[in-house]
Design a binder for this molecule. Structure first.
Ligand code: C5J
Length: 221
């Protein structure tokens, strides 16, 4: 058994049971002109974690461990986008509208792609998801079961929305979940801090938290 120094206590893991899940590192959330910016957010905050997520990816690749990437996006006919999601509020651009990076949050459009610095390598799984959680309406659960994965390390954006939702889904399905605290980010720093606090509170009620250095150190062993 290997161990990652973590909060609220050490995270024991088995190398043949662990995978990395990188949530929604897409141009639509991270670059100007996309969905995140259309909601009035400062995307610069999210850009700052790219080198750290890249280091985490390299660590998992070097260790030969499985990597899953997710993308929040919808079918071109929007049949998987509930009106309640598309019509809420008054954003500058709604899901499906044409923007500077193609149609916003639509599969196959440039904005829905993962940012070039973190592009998936051949053999890494990319899950397109219509919801905030990566288990909802996707084959992620079946794929993890097929590989015998029971422990998940999470990175990506945004901490309190798609990352936390997916961690909660995974926790309810019996996975040990650990969030990489410096490889995740929110448009709202206070929400990021609160989400991590919520995850590790009450004896790790949702899971564990560790820095990328702590995770990579354990993978090196
Ligand atoms: C949001 C996400 N924030 N990936 N999506 O709408 O967190």
């Amino acid at each position: 058994m290997h161990r990652i120094a973590a909060q609220p206590f050490e995270f024991p893991f088995q190398p043949d049971r662990i995978a990395l899940v990188v949530i929604d590192m897409q141009r639509d959330f991270i670059e100007p002109g996309g969905f995140g910016a259309s909601l009035g957010n400062d995307v610069g905050l999210l850009q700052a974690i790219l080198p750290t997520v890249e280091r985490l990816l390299h660590g998992f690749r070097a260790a030969g461990l499985p990597i899953f990437h997710t993308r929040e996006c919808h079918l071109p006919d929007l049949s998987d986008c509930p009106p309640a999601k598309r019509l809420r509020g008054a954003p500058a651009l709604r899901i499906g509208d044409a923007g500077p990076m193609g149609r916003v949050l639509i599969a196959g459009q440039p904005g829905a792609d993962i940012v070039p610095a973190l592009a998936p390598l051949p053999g890494e799984v990319v899950i397109d998801k219509p919801g905030k959680g990566a288990f909802y309406a996707t084959a992620l659960g079946e794929m993890l079961t097929g590989l015998g994965i029971r422990q998940l390390v999470f990175a990506g954006v945004t901490t309190e929305v798609c990352v936390q939702t997916t961690m909660r889904e995974a926790n309810d399905r019996g996975y040990d979940c650990l969030i990489a605290t410096d490889a995740t980010e929110s448009y709202f720093p206070a929400f990021k801090a609160a989400a991590i606090d919520m995850i590790i509170a009450q004896g790790g009620i949702v899971g564990w938290a560790a820095t990328t250095d702590q995770i990579l150190e354990a993978l090196d062993d």
